[in-house]
Design a protein around this ligand. Structure first.
Ligand code: CA
Length: 243
């Protein structure tokens, strides 16, 4: 499978293996990973995952802690003990209440650790972050729309060559919106992704930060790249820079 990233380079889509025995979660992850352009292989047993990981290691593994066959903990330990998979990026999933296991998970070498229930966009962000570290050539770091560029690595935003200074929340808002131009996100979705699912924040907070982002992005008569969709939410205008 070939994808074309935003820099226009051809690259092969990174392969992600999802090892999870909860069918609904496994499907949800596969769906979201595929829509971000990854190739996904789903496995629901630990022993089966072991075999597949030996045969052809993917670029990243999302590994559930409790699995039939062999536990995620054990798989992780074994992956780390083999030369071929010593630095394979691993994200461990665990149920709430197993947080004490976190230390064990990290001690056997998982790169990241996510407690269920988690926010899917947040997990996607972690997948991206890990792949960026291990396979920087495979993930687009610079998002470009019209005269706006956003560099995920340096966290810098430029418009028409000048640097735009954004607070961390405004940066994440823009990063999220600019990734999917034209798509309308509700305030609740933005809160969930940008602030995190556990945040108990009034939805009007989103309006405040969108307001700040707008103010920072546009100077004088420059066109506003953000669109307010009444009754729905916000989107990055897909026609921005094209007319
Ligand atoms: Ca499980």
């Amino acid at each position: 499978m070939e994808i074309r990233d935003r820099l226009g380079k051809h690259s092969t889509a990174p392969r992600v293996m999802v090892v999870e025995d909860e069918a609904s979660l496994s499907l949800l992850l596969a769906y979201n990973l595929e829509s971000e352009g990854y190739q996904v292989e789903s496995v629901d047993r630990g022993d089966e995952a072991e075999l597949k990981l030996k045969e052809s290691p993917p670029d990243l593994v999302i590994l559930d802690w409790m699995l039939p066959g062999v536990s995620g903990f054990e798989i992780c330990r074994r992956l780390r003990s083999r030369e071929a998979t010593r630095s394979l990026p691993i994200i461990m999933l665990t149920a709430r209440g197993e947080e004490s296991e976190r230390i064990r998970g990290l001690s056997v070498g998982a790169d990241d650790y996510v407690v269920k229930p988690f926010s899917v966009p947040e997990l996607m962000a972690r997948v991206r972050a890990l792949l960026r570290r291990s396979r920087p050539e495979r993930v687009a770091n610079v998002l470009l729309q019209g005269d706006i560029t956003l560099d995920r690595e340096t966290k810098r935003v430029h418009r028409a060559g000048r640097e735009i200074h954004l607070g961390p929340t405004e940066f994440r808002l823009l990063e999220y919106l600019i990734e999917k131009p034209g798509r309308v996100f509700s305030r609740a979705q933005l809160l969930d992704t940008v602030w995190g699912m556990s945040a108990e924040i009034d939805e009007r907070t989103v309006d405040v930060h969108i307001g700040r982002l707008r103010k920072a992005l546009s100077r004088g008569r420059e066109r506003d790249p953000l669109r307010t969709v009444r009754g729905s939410g916000y989107s990055f205008d897909e026609t921005f820079g094209k007319s």
